[in-house]
Design a protein around this ligand. Structure first.
Ligand SMILES: C[S@@+](CC[C@H](N)C(=O)[O-])C[C@H]1O[C@@H](n2cnc3c(N)ncnc32)[C@H](O)[C@@H]1O
Length: 279
């Protein structure tokens, strides 16, 4: 069996399932990841994985493939200027309306949860400083069950905390254990919920969100797939809701349905009010 045939087979499967594109020059990475899976499944090598796949890719095999195909790189307050911009573009306008409603936030492709916790801390800090309690709920979704399982523990190593969490906030919102791991306190975890969701699927959310963060995920997708995902996210946003992408991502050539707002060095996308919405 020529090794390329195996790699092409799995690369195509991963793209079909997740939209993640493995270019040929990255096949060595896929090869390493298949060897990893083979070990975890008690198989000899990637060729044995291929043979098993001929009987269908289901259950643990499928989850392992999806897990190792994803890059779960993340950190606390990643691209800090985005968080800064949300104070004036999301929290203040929400508080100005002085409603008792709940601010709904979706961290799409939430990975191991640092983004969701950073958002919860941002809101708690803003509420305290401005003496205005904002009720909020944060939904974190990801396709990687491995990433979600970690997110649900709310527990991070010292090294993970050092990646973006300012010391005063660390001490205020996390508790250290004997193994030097830090667990987030209930004040910030109680409003967060995690779910497994493939953004490539025809998902429908029951609730609308005032803001969706979908950062550093589209970068691995083809243009057509990016457009489909952005389209579906748009249906989950409130009128004039905000969309946030990663710093290397944009809506150029993907959607004209947003106004771009440049604020504090960050780019936010505000959904255009659509007068043609059916009555
Ligand atoms: C590089 S991380 C970004 C995490 C976080 N948004 C950030 O910017 O720090 C990309 C995440 O996208 C997730 N992902 C990739 N393809 C996905 C898909 N089709 N549906 C849902 N999540 C996906 C991966 O599992 C991974 O956790």
């Amino acid at each position: 069996m020529p090794p390329n045939k195996i790699l092409i087979f799995f690369a195509q499967y991963i793209e079909r399932e997740l939209g993640i594109v493995y270019e040929e020059h990255n096949y060595f990475q896929l090869q390493n990841r298949l060897e990893e899976i083979a070990k975890l499944l008690g198989l000899i090598n990637s060729e044995a994985c291929y043979e098993q796949a001929q009987n269908g890719i289901n259950g643990a095999f499928k989850q392992l493939l999806l897990d190792v195909a994803t890059n779960n790189e993340t950190s606390f307050f990643r691209d800090y200027k985005v968080f800064k911009s949300l104070e004036s573009q999301l929290l203040k306008p929400f508080a100005d309306k002085n409603e008792s409603s709940v601010l709904s936030i979706w961290s799409a492709a939430s990975s191991t949860g640092q983004e969701a916790l950073s958002l919860a801390i941002l809101i708690e800090e803003w509420s305290e400083k401005n003496n205005f309690k904002i009720n909020y709920s944060i939904l974190g979704t990801d396709i990687s069950e491995r990433a979600l399982s970690k997110a649900r523990t709310y527990k991070y190593s010292q090294l993970e905390m050092q990646r973006g969490m300012p010391a005063p906030l660390l001490i205020k919102y996390f508790k250290k254990d004997e193994e030097d791991n830090w667990t987030a306190c209930e004040r910030i975890t109680k409003n967060i919920q995690y779910k497994n969701l493939n953004l490539k699927s025809q998902f429908v959310n029951e609730n609308l969100f005032q803001i969706i963060l979908c950062r550093n995920m589209l970068i691995y997708q083809r243009l057509e797939s990016k457009a489909q995902i952005i389209n579906r996210l748009e249906n989950s946003l409130t009128l004039e809701g905000l969309l946030v992408l990663g710093s290397g991502e944009s809506l150029i050539g993907i959607s004209n349905n947003y106004h771009q707002i440049l604020i504090d060095g960050a780019i936010l996308y505000k959904k255009k009010f659509n007068f043609n919405v059916a009555a």
